[in-house]
Write a protein that binds this ligand. Structure first.
Ligand code: MN
Length: 502
């Protein structure tokens, strides 16, 4: 991958273009400080070290992150490497920039050293993120440039960095809904971890583009004509090529049968609102016959990561099958930038969007809106602010589960699996047995104790189960097992309170 070397002037020009009345004095000042601090340092590529913070800042400005994040990107390597004190940064750039630089510096101390450290790394990443997710954006920009210049490193370091990206960074990007960055991270790491497969996929893609490129651009212009003749005012039609790693994994799922994969090259349509999404789908289907069973409504039913779009595959005029993906501008921003879209909107003065993570819940709620009696309590449990009111806890194996603030082991148990919840008898937090109604904290490691003979959940758990998911599962299970539950708890000589009707 060719490395593009950015100058400060490039970064400045990009900031002028993407930001409204940016503080260019501070930006220049940050560059001067970093440039002096890294004076004489050379990277493995042979470029002066300053090219690295410049690339990081450039990327953050491209993502339209708040200017403080761009400034922190310029400064992200000065504290540990150059003996600059965090107090100096605080004095010259304020507490916000200093806080970001400090957090990135702390994260640098974490080195991925293999399987046994995996959980711990992931935990620290998540905890840092929970306190300020902007820190993670800087780490992504930092890591993307390290990957671009990884060719200059010795093989063992390439392997370590690439594996770390594949096992820690890319999944976190995915969890944050940052599809574009996740794809970039994965493709670059893929090229180092499995160069043979990478080359094979690359050849497949090149052949596909040669074969289909012309007919796809024909379909795109035909679509543009079609939509121009409709009532739609504001639309955009693009070709989108599947990422290498994503194609690689899909091919594995389809036994390497490329003919079964219709979205290697797809056509993406961006329209103004949800109504127009469905209108567009109708217009396409009037012109081209849809393939049975290939219409997917991820608007009414978003994917678990919050992804929303309408997908359909149609037979085009020359008998080809082409997949269309139809979405609004907001859905598009969310699928590409995820939680970062929240900041992008802020920066551009557009209205802020709710976090994708709760879009799934939103869809479920919309469906249950029909019977309005629970609506207010449903709204209560719907948290929309990014990471605020969320905690991150861990399974003993190091998997991260995120839960609302105030969640208990019962919520955790049901987040793992309904069966775990239903057979839960107790919980250990950080190796200590706790009461089931104890609130969990970020960073806790939770082990659920189960008994396979347990007949089902205790309806009293509803008093402290916080998530909608757990509450629903408890209600479901108690509805059917009220009798057997009673039977299991009634002991001779003990008065049993009748469980409340769920
Ligand atoms: Mn760096």
């Amino acid at each position: 991958m060719p490395e593009i070397v950015h100058t400060f002037e490039d970064v400045e020009a990009l900031v002028r273009e993407n930001y409204e009345s940016p503080d260019l004095v501070s930006l220049r000042h940050a560059f001067d400080l970093a440039n002096n601090a890294h004076e004489g340092e050379v990277r493995a590529t042979g470029h002066p070290f300053i090219t690295h913070p410049l690339a990081t800042a450039h990327r953050l400005a491209q993502m339209r992150m708040p200017l403080n994040v761009v400034i922190a990107g310029l400064l992200h390597d000065v504290v540990e490497d150059c003996g600059i004190e965090i107090e100096q940064i605080q004095k010259e750039f304020g507490a916000d920039v200093a806080g970001l630089v400090d957090a990135v510096t702390k994260l640098k101390k974490i080195k991925y050293t293999g399987e046994e450290r995996y959980a711990e790394n992931l935990r620290k990443m998540f905890l840092a993120m929970a306190s300020d997710v902007r820190v993670v954006f800087i780490k992504f920009a930092d890591r993307l440039h390290n990957l671009q210049t990884l060719y200059a490193q010795p093989a063992h370091k390439q392997e370590r960095v690439a594996r770390e990206v594949m096992e820690i960074y890319a999944p976190i990007a995915g969890r944050l809904g940052m599809g574009e960055i996740k794809g970039e991270l994965e493709d670059m790491a893929f090229s180092y971890l499995d160069p043979k497969s990478y080359e094979r996929i690359k050849r497949i893609m090149e052949a596909k583009l040669r074969e289909k490129g012309a007919s796809i651009s024909h379909v795109i212009s035909a679509t543009e004509n079609l939509l121009s003749g409709s009532k739609l005012k504001d639309f955009e039609v693009n070709g989108r090529v599947k990422r290498y790693f994503s194609l690689y994994r899909k091919l594995q799922r389809y036994n390497d049968d490329l003919t079964k994969i219709y979205d290697v090259i797809a056509v993406r349509i961006i329209v103004a609102d949800v109504e127009e999404c469905y209108a567009t789908l109708g217009i396409l289907h009037q012109k081209w016959r849809p393939l049975a069973g290939r219409i997917k409504d991820y608007i009414a039913q978003p994917k678990p990561n919050g992804y929303q779009s309408l997908h359909t595959s149609v037979f085009t005029d020359d008998g080809d099958i082409v997949e269309f993906q139809i979405r609004t501008r907001e859905m598009h921003e969310l699928s590409e930038f995820g939680v970062a879209a929240h900041w992008r909107y802020k920066e551009t003065g557009m209205r802020p969007v709710e976090n994708l993570h709760w879009m799934e819940e939103l869809a479920t709620i919309q469906k249950t809106l029909a019977d309005k009696k629970d609506f207010l309590s449903e709204l209560e449990s719907l948290k929309i602010d990014v990471f605020k009111d969320r905690i991150f806890v861990f399974t003993p194996k190091g998997d991260v589960i995120d839960l609302p603030d105030g969640a208990t082991s019962i919520d955790f148990a049901y987040a793992i699996h309904t069966h775990i919840g239903n057979t839960c008898t107790g919980a250990k937090v950080n190796d200590r047995v706790i009461n089931l109604d104890t609130n969990l904290n970020s960073g806790d490691i939770i082990e659920i104790l189960t008994d396979k003979n347990r007949k089902g959940p205790n309806p009293d758990w509803l008093k402290f189960a916080k998530t909608r998911h757990a509450r629903e599962k408890i209600k479901d299970a108690t509805r059917h097992t009220m009798k057997s539950w009673l039977a299991s708890v009634i002991r001779p000589g003990k008065k049993v309170e009748k469980p409340k009707e769920a």
